[in-house]
Design a protein around this ligand. Structure first.
Ligand code: DAT
Ligand code: MG
Length: 150
């Protein structure tokens, strides 16, 4: 079982797409582990996007993620990291496959609605950055055996 950090960025919240995006992850079969609705501080934004520091789009990215509240979540499932990134689609909405969140709901790379961890190491680092251990809920659904092969 893998865990991954998912953010619904300010555009997703402002556009009333939180339910739509959560619904897609739920219907995929992924299991929610943690969620909090929050205003992102500049410090958290800079730590989250440290890998992009120095790139031309970095200042705009920090302004965007701190501009209004986000929905921060952890989701889990078999291959959750790849599954969530697939559901979100390519970074640029115009390059994202039809059926993905970014294709179906977005147009611009600077308004691409979501963040999702891109590998096991980043997932672990990002979950620790956004959530305290006691905010992560380990639980089972009655439906799990119909979704997870185990
Ligand atoms: P992703 O969010 O798909 O993991 P990333 O980690 O490469 O993409 O970049 C983080 C965010 O930065 C991305 O969601 C949108 C923004 N971004 C990336 N490349 C960009 C570019 N060339 N121009 C403008 N914004 C960009
Ligand atoms: Mg990324």
């Amino acid at each position: 079982m893998e865990r991954t950090l998912v953010l619904i960025k300010p555009d997703g919240v402002q556009r009333g797409l939180v339910g739509e995006i959560i619904s897609r992850l739920e219907r995929r079969g992924l299991r929610i582990v943690a969620a909090k609705f929050m205003q992102v501080s500049r410090d958290l934004a800079e730590r989250h996007y440290a890998v992009h520091k120095g790139k031309p789009f970095y200042p705009g990215l920090i302004d965007y993620i701190t501009s209004a509240p986000v929905m921060a979540m952890v989701w889990e499932g078999p291959n959750a990291i790849a599954a969530v990134r697939q559901t979100m689609g390519a970074t640029r909405p115009t390059e994202a496959a039809p059926g993905t969140v970014r294709h179906d709901l977005g147009l611009e790379v600077g308004r691409n609605l979501t963040h999702a961890s891109d590998g096991p190491q980043t997932a672990s680092t990002e979950i620790d950055l956004w959530f305290k251990q006691d905010e992560l809920v380990s639980w089972r659904r009655d439906l799990d055996r119909w979704i997870f092969e185990e």
